[in-house]
Design a protein around this ligand. Structure first.
Ligand SMILES: Cc1cc2nc3c(=O)[nH]c(=O)nc-3n(C[C@H](O)[C@H](O)[C@H](O)COP(=O)(O)OP(=O)(O)OC[C@H]3O[C@@H](n4cnc5c(N)ncnc54)[C@H](O)[C@@H]3O)c2cc1C
Length: 503
C-alpha cells in the first residue's frame, strides 16, 4: 500500500465509503482501472441493507438461513434494460413473478379477501388508479402529504387505510409522511410495475458476487468520521486515529448518517446539499422472519396486505433450508414487514411482544378458515402428496413427525394456527443498525424538486455521491442503489479523463 511521505497515511486513487450495493457496484466498475482502490465499510460485514437472518435451531443443531430483503418490484420492460438484469444474468439467477398483493385482510371487519376480487371492489380500484396516475398531477406548492391529497380526492376511511398499509408501507413510511411532490416525480420517472420479482436464491448471493472482484480492496470495521477535501484530493479519518489519503472519494452512506453528521466534512458541504439532506427523509422498518412447522395459509398464497392491523404486510418465502439437517429442512418461512411511524413505535416494544402480536394477527387472518391444517386428514394427504411431487422429502418427513408428536390436531390449533405452528422468529429493527439507522429514503413531505440531484451532485473532481437516496427518480430500491453506484463510477472515470491523476 503506497504511503504519503509527509503523513504516513496510506494513499489510494479512489476510496469508496460503504459496502452496500451502491458501493460494491461502484468499486467493481473502477477496480480494473484503479487496482489500488480501497472500499471502506464501517460494519463488520458486506451488503449494507441487504442482509441475511440466520436462525440457529439450537435444539437440533442445524442452521437455517433466510433473506431479510427478498424482493424487487420493477416493471418488466424497465427491468430488461437494467443494471440489475445484467447482474442477475452474471450470477445465473432466475426470477419468479407474483401479483402484489394476492390477498387483502381488512382488520376492522376481520375479512380475508383474495386479490382477484379487487376488480369488483370499486374503492380499491379507484385507489390504484389514483396512485398509478399521480404523475399526471401538477406539483402542489406548498407540498402536501398523501393523506391530505387523498382527503381532497374524497377517499373513504377504508381507502385511506389501504393506502397506508399498501402504498405508504411499501414506500417505507406512513401516509402522513409521504409527500405528493416527490410521488409525482417518482411516478413520472420510474415504472415500478405491479408484480413482485422473486429471486431463486437469497440476495446475499448478489453481494457475494459483487464482492468477488474487490475482495482484496476491502477494509471492514473502518467507519469514516471526517473527510477533508479540496481540488487535489481528500484525507479520510477512520478508527483509532487511522488516516487514508486519496485523489477521489465516493460516499455511499445512508442519508440518515449524513443527517446525523456522523461524517464531518471540511470544508462543510454546500448549503444546497445540506438543505437537500435535511429535507429527504428516511424512517424505520422492522422485519420479522418466522419459521413455522407447517404452512397454515391457503395453497398458492404469496402475500397479504393488512389494514388496521399491527403488521401491514406478510409474505411467504420458500428460501431455503440451507441446512443439510433434515430436522430443519422444510420449515416454512413467512416475513412480516412494517415501515414508517408504526415501525418507529414498534421499536419501543420487546421482541417477544412484536412476535406475539404478529402471531395473534396471523391467527386472526388464517384461524378457523385454515384449509391447510395438517390435522385435517384430507389436507394432510394433500400436503404429503404436494411435498412428494416437489421431491421435498424433508417436508414429508416433517409432516409425519408433526403428527407423531402432536397426535390428532387440536381444535385450538385450527383457531390459532400460527401460534400452533410457530417454531421461532427473528426480529430485525433497522433503526438499531448503527451505520444504517432506518429503512430507506421515501418520497418526503416537503422535499423540493431537484433535492435528489443536489444530494447526488459531485463536489469538484474529488467528492462523489451515490446510494439509494441519491437516485433522481426517488425509488429507494436495490436497483436504484446499483444504478447510483454505476453513475458515480462513470463520473469518476470521466473526471480522471479530464484531470490526470497525481498518483
Ligand atoms: C427492511 C428493508 C426492506 C427492503 N426491501 C426491499 C425490497 O424488497 N426491494 C428493493 O429493491 N429494495 C428493498 N430495500 C432497499 C434496499 O435494500 C436498499 O435501497 C439498498 O440495499 C441500499 O443500498 P445502498 O448501497 O444505497 O446503501 P446501504 O446498503 O445502506 O450501504 C451503505 C453502507 O455504508 C456503510 N456506512 C455507513 N456509515 C459509514 C461510515 N461512516 N464509514 C464507512 N461505511 C459506512 C453502512 O454500514 C452500509 O454498509 C429494503 C431495505 C430495507 C432496510
Amino acid at each position: 500500500m503506497p504511503r504519503s511521505e509527509s503523513t504516513g497515511a496510506s494513499f489510494h486513487s479512489i476510496v469508496v465509503i460503504g459496502a452496500g450495493l451502491s458501493g460494491l457496484q461502484a468499486a467493481n466498475k473502477l477496480v480494473e482501472k484503479y487496482p489500488d482502490l480501497l472500499l471502506v465499510e464501517a460494519s463488520s460485514r458486506l451488503g449494507g441493507r441487504v442482509q441475511q437472518a440466520i436462525f440457529a435451531v439450537h435444539s437440533i443443531g442445524g442452521a437455517w438461513h433466510t433473506t431479510v430483503s427478498a424482493l424487487w418490484r420493477t416493471a418488466s420492460t424497465y427491468f430488461t434494460l437494467s443494471v440489475l438484469q445484467g447482474l442477475l444474468q452474471e450470477v445465473n439467477c432466475n426470477l419468479r413473478e407474483f401479483d402484489w398483493p394476492d390477498y387483502w385482510y381488512f382488520g376492522n371487519s376481520r375479512q380475508l379477501v383474495s386479490g382477484d376480487a379487487k376488480v369488483s371492489d370499486e374503492e380499491l380500484e379507484r385507489l390504484h388508479e389514483l396512485f398509478a396516475s399521480v404523475g399526471q398531477r401538477v406539483r402542489p406548492e406548498p407540498d402536501i402529504s398523501a393523506a391530505e391529497w387523498l382527503r381532497q380526492e374524497g377517499a373513504s376511511e377504508r381507502m385511506m387505510a389501504v393506502a397506508d398499509a399498501c402504498y405508504a408501507n411499501d414506500f417505507g413510511c406512513s401516509l402522513h409522511q409521504l409527500g405528493l411532490s416527490e410521488m409525482i416525480t417518482e411516478n413520472q420517472r420510474w415504472d415500478s410495475g405491479d408484480t413482485y420479482l422473486i429471486l431463486d436464491r437469497p440476495l446475499q448471493a448478489l453481494v457475494q458476487h459483487l464482492s468477488k472482484g474487490v475482495e482484496n480492496n476491502i477494509q471492514l470495521q473502518w467507519p469514516v468520521s471526517r473527510i477533508e477535501y479540496g481540488p487535489e484530493g481528500a484525507k479520510l479519518y477512520g478508527p483509532s486515529g487511522s488516516v487514508v489519503q486519496c485523489r477521489r472519494v465516493i460516499v455511499t452512506v445512508p442519508i440518515m448518517m449524513l443527517q446525523q453528521e456522523r461524517i464531518i466534512f471540511s470544508p462543510p458541504l454546500p448549503a444546497e446539499k445540506t438543505a437537500a439532506i435535511s429535507r429527504i427523509k428516511m424512517s424505520n422498518a422492522v422485519k420479522v422472519i418466522f419459521a413455522f412447522s407447517w404452512p397454515f395459509w391457503p395453497t398458492g398464497f404469496f402475500d397479504v396486505v393488512c389494514t388496521d392491523s399491527f403488521m401491514p404486510e406478510f409474505w411467504v418465502t420458500e428460501y431455503p433450508a440451507t441446512s443439510s439437517d433434515p430436522a430443519t429442512a422444510g420449515l416454512c418461512c413467512m416475513v412480516g414487514f412494517v415501515a414508517g411511524a408504526r415501525a418507529e413505535e414498534i421499536s419501543h416494544l420487546s421482541q417477544t411482544a412484536v412476535i406475539t402480536r404478529s402471531l395473534a394477527q396471523l391467527d386472526h387472518i388464517f384461524g378457523k378458515r385454515s384449509q391447510n391444517s395438517p390435522g385435517n386428514p384430507r389436507n394432510m394427504g394433500l400436503l404429503v402428496l404436494m411435498a412428494s411431487r416437489r421431491g421435498d422429502f424433508g417436508n414429508v418427513s416433517l409432516i409425519f413427525r408433526f403428527i407423531a408428536k402432536q397426535g390428532p390436531i387440536q381444535a385450538s390449533s385450527r383457531k390459532h394456527p400460527a401460534t400452533a405452528a410457530f417454531v421461532r422468529a427473528h426480529v430485525e429493527d433497522w433503526s438499531r443498525s448503527p451505520y444504517i439507522g432506518g429503512a430507506y429514503s421515501y418520497p418526503s413531505l416537503g422535499a423540493r424538486p431537484g433535492d435528489r440531484e443536489s444530494l447526488a451532485a459531485s463536489l469538484g473532481d474529488t467528492l462523489f455521491f451515490a446510494g439509494e437516496a441519491t437516485h433522481p427518480a426517488v425509488n429507494p430500491c436495490m436497483q436504484a442503489a446499483l444504478e447510483t453506484g454505476e453513475r458515480a463510477a462513470a463520473q469518476v472515470l470521466r473526471a480522471s479523463e479530464h484531470v490526470p491523476s497525481k498518483l
